[in-house]
Design a protein around this ligand. Sequence first.
Ligand code: CTP
Ligand code: CA
Length: 229
Amino acid sequence: LARGSAERDLAGRHVVISAGGTREPLDPVRYLGNRSSGKQGYALARTAVARGARVTLIEANTGLPDPAGADVVRVGTAVQLREAVLKAAGDADAVVMAAAVADFRPESYAAGKIKKKDGEEPAPLTLVRNPDILAEISADRARPGQLVVGFAAETDDVLANGRLKLRRKGCDLLVVNEVGERKTFGSEENEAVVLGADGSETPVPYGPKEALADTVWDLVGERFGQTGA
Ligand code: CTP
Ligand code: CA
């Protein structure tokens, strides 16, 4: 399996991982959310701990138990996730954005529960853009040589979409999943291609999320060597 998993090849490194999915509140009882389980991010955290890294796991709404040996920060919304990632990234060697970040949030939050009224149509829901955390940390690295990794679930022309997204975000590596039955959401297994800004393409066969996580750390570890960071 992945060559690095038995070594402590990430010893002395600080890695920051975001996991789960943000929730954007509408009122005290409702939110806009997504189906991310957080399992891939937690697998990244467990494997990084096993390989000797200091791990900060920023989790949004997973309900999963804390992985042993990781510092866990809990957030709810995309804006909170951005704050936590920027803070933790300050001294990080690598940042991996495995969280599903809501692209939009409701423009306003109702402090009281939104009630329906007899014979009235619902008010339209106005959304505003959330910050793009991955693009921001990629464009403005907290330290020289810091590695930034994104995740993308795509349909249709998965690789072409992935290449475009890698360039648009400005990250070093983009893990591209094809969304489909059995795959990605809530499942224990995953299949992906990891695209590198250097043109590399690393297919990861269908298998446990730990195996994909170890491949990500292999690729990150190689790149630490190259930048001399
Ligand atoms: N991401 C982020 N901040 C956002 C949206 C996404 O940091 N506001 C990160 C995700 O954590 C992921 C990567 O960007 O690592 C790709 O997410 P994706 O939703 O595929 O990218 P988008 O640019 O939002 O593209 P799309 O319009 O296809 O959703
Ligand atoms: Ca998105």
